[in-house]
Ligand binder design. Structure first.
Ligand SMILES: C[S@@+](CC[C@H](N)C(=O)[O-])C[C@H]1O[C@@H](n2cnc3c(N)ncnc32)[C@H](O)[C@@H]1O
Length: 345
């Protein structure tokens, strides 16, 4: 470079040894160039910024009993971690349709899987809600698939990026929509909600023991950002125990996120149509992360077993072992259930 040519702008320095803000974690967010940094972050029990570690990956593959040539759905593509493991098992000859309602992360995950060598013949990415899998299959002339996989809730990319509004550790707009083009933000939802309805959401979506007093403190209010809501929750919890206050913040954010994204409406619709989307002998595996989700999956699987739509369901739940929990604390609350579609219609 000669003296006259403009210098590229310098990256802003962060104070301290390691970057704290999501925006500054440029090494973590570039796994190809900075593989060592990414490996160190994972070994320390953290998820590198902008990525997601697939949970109970081996157990999900065993539950689905995949083989070359199979066709199936990953209803929650996310970062594509499970999808990549599934594709290794079903190709050559097989096809995975990966759907996600998130228009921001989906193109990035599609690109990653294309770069991993999966072309249109093996993989299709679709921006869609999993409540609509019947239509999605019909539009492709597919009468049934060999497997269906779903890993419920939000991805680490969504939780960790403050601009998505899920994080109570960093300031961001109070949004929480997985698809920001649809519905209303968490801020708008809270400003409109009555204390009665908020109390119901806190109980149904997060088993919140202080639902009524929190609902009185939060309903109908406007919050400048995610931190302002977190502070209001802490202020409304009148206990000295800091851990309990932080758990309450977590539960309130979870309850609002579920309501804003209508997660139970989508899950109930998905569970209703699921057996009809599977070929005879086809298998489904679902990962859940809290009791509201697991209750629904358990009840639906049990009722399909009783009615004969499923020939077999998992005996209880499969959970992460101590090593996976240490390496990926987000796996601690995961529960895996599977089921097999009956051979007879
Ligand atoms: C836990 S992440 C999946 C992570 C993925 N298994 C991986 O290994 O990277 C859940 C994903 O499901 C998506 N999602 C949640 N509810 C959905 C719905 N009703 N329809 C479609 N996608 C949904 C979220 O946007 C998120 O990307």
């Amino acid at each position: 470079m000669d003296d006259e040519s403009p210098r590229p702008p310098r990256r802003k320095r962060y104070s301290g040894k390691n970057p704290r803000r999501f925006e500054d974690k440029y090494k973590e967010r570039d796994p190809e160039r900075y593989a060592d940094t990414v490996a160190k972050v994972i070994a320390s029990g953290k998820t590198p910024a902008g990525s997601h570690i697939p949970i109970l990956a081996e157990e999900c593959l065993v539950a689905l009993q995949l083989s070359h040539g199979m066709v199936g759905l990953d209803c929650t593509l996310g970062y594509g971690g499970h999808a990549e493991r599934i594709l290794e098992k079903i190709t050559p000859g097989g096809k995975l349709i990966g759907l996600d309602q998130d228009p921001i992360e989906l193109p990035k995950s599609e690109q990653r899987l294309r770069q991993a060598g999966y072309g249109d013949d093996a993989f299709e990415a679709v921006r869609s809600n999993y409540a609509g899998i019947t239509k999605l299959l019909a539009a492709r002339g597919i009468s049934g698939v060999d497997f269906i996989f779903a890993d419920l809730g939000c991805s680490s990319m969504q939780f960790d990026n403050p601009s998505r509004g899920f994080s109570f550790k960093n300031a961001g707009p109070l949004d929480m929509r997985m698809n920001p083009n649809k519905g209303i933000s968490a801020a708008e939802w809270l400003a409109k909600i009555t204390p009665e309805k908020l109390a119901i959401a806190l109980i149904e979506n997060a088993d919140e023991p202080r639902a009524e007093s929190l609902a009185d403190a939060l309903a109908g209010r406007s919050f400048a950002n995610t931190l302002a809501l977190a502070e209001a929750v802490r202020g409304a919890v009148r206990v000295g125990d800091e851990d309990e206050r932080e758990l309450t913040v977590r539960r309130v954010f979870q309850a609002i996120r579920i309501a804003v994204n209508e997660e139970f409406v989508a899950l109930d619709a998905f569970l209703r149509v699921l057996p009809d989307c599977l070929n005879p002998g086809g298998r489904v595996a679902v990962l859940t992360f809290h009791s509201g989700e697991d209750r629904r999956v358990k009840k639906s699987f049990q009722s399909c077993l009783k009615s004969g739509l499923f020939s077999e369901i998992s005996d209880g739940v499969i959970t992460a072992g101590p090593e996976e929990r240490r390496l990926n604390p987000r796996s601690s609350s995961a529960k895996l259930r599977w089921a097999v579609r009956s051979l007879t219609p």
